[in-house]
Design a protein around this ligand. Structure first.
Ligand code: DGY
Length: 318
């Protein structure tokens, strides 16, 4: 009997396929340097019974319409804004993700990025590597303390709670905004979005990207923030309006910002934000530790195994 075709749209070390390889024929994007171009991804989707995707693979309604055999998408991420969920639902396609295994790791990176922005570590390192470190000066390269400051978390899911937990160790006062108030958020206090924007010294954005959260932080919201405030995005590009953020950083509306995520990824080196000394960028590293990435792969593998065994899918979005 012919096996289903699993198209893996990113490079995956072969040994990680061991638990499922008996059930499928596999095709894989083998380039470790460059993401699979969208056009080639669409051809793969046309052929595939099952797609294994990462956040850079856009599974639009159009892609789904042109994928006659597609029955399942395993997405190697907790976020699934790269997939048109309604179109997948209508087509009866199972979509799975990787919940619960990357929250601590992403919270660590959110905290690291806040500290990088506060302590100007990218600027400092750049100066050193470029031979521009001329000596110790009393007010040279001085940043801003994070301890005893107010941290505002927008989007209080599991990652938000774990950021709040870390912040308590730094004696930060933590406030949050979320669709629902939480009973126990490591002592963090609920605020309206406007109150949080006005009160916080540091704001970390952690919402999923949906139609409701696109441009959640734009010109109006940036104007409410303190002039001394810093904005950190470790969620998705597009939640913070990049154009408005650029203007705010150039015009001193806020002091600094940092981001692990961009509207266009990989971010082009010509991106205006990358020219600013008060902007710190990382290349979507939120979940990037060996332990966490392997745990994410295991989540997808468990879902795929369950599918091949006709069992209930453990980590399905739909
Ligand atoms: C996620 O899981 O959504 C991350 O952004 C992928 O690293």
């Amino acid at each position: 009997m012919q096996k289903p075709l699993l198209w893996i749209a990113f490079h995956l070390p072969e040994e990680l396929l061991e638990p499922i390889k008996a059930y499928v024929d596999v095709k894989m994007w083998r380039d470790t340097e460059v993401d699979m171009p969208q056009q080639e991804f669409e051809t793969a989707a046309y052929e595939a019974d099952i797609l294994w995707t990462v956040v850079s693979n856009r599974v639009t309604a159009d892609v789904i319409k042109r994928a006659p055999k597609l029955k399942m998408i395993a997405n190697l991420a907790v976020g699934y804004n790269n997939i048109d969920i309604e179109a997948a639902r209508e087509a009866g396609i199972i979509v799975t993700n990787t919940p619960d295994v990357l929250a601590d790791t992403t919270a660590d990176l959110a905290f690291a990025l806040m500290m990088m922005a506060a302590r100007r570590t990218l600027e400092g390192a750049r100066a050193l590597y470029q031979g521009q470190w001329t000596g110790w000066q009393v007010l040279g390269m001085t940043g801003t303390d994070i301890h005893h400051k107010t941290l505002g978390i927008i989007g209080m899911g599991t990652i938000g709670e774990l950021v709040a937990k870390r912040a308590t160790g730094f004696d930060m006062n933590v406030i949050y905004h979320n669709r629902h108030e939480k009973d126990n958020a490591y002592g963090a206090q609920y605020r309206s979005k406007e109150a949080l924007l006005q009160e916080a010294d540091f704001i970390i954005v952690l919402t999923p990207l949906t139609a409701a959260t696109r441009n959640l932080i734009a010109k109006e919201e940036l104007a409410l923030m303190k002039k001394s405030a810093m904005l950190i995005n470790v969620a998705r590009g597009g939640i913070v309006n990049e154009h408005d953020l650029y203007d705010a950083l150039v015009n001193g509306v806020i002091l600094a910002a940092a981001s692990d995520v961009f509207v266009e990824e990989p971010v082009p080196t010509s991106h205006p934000l990358l020219t600013l000394p008060n902007f710190t960028a990382l290349p979507h590293l939120g979940s990037a530790t060996v332990e966490t990435r392997l745990a994410m792969v295991s989540r997808n593998v468990e879902s795929l195994r369950a599918y091949f065994h006709n069992e209930t899918i453990p980590f399905n979005v739909i």
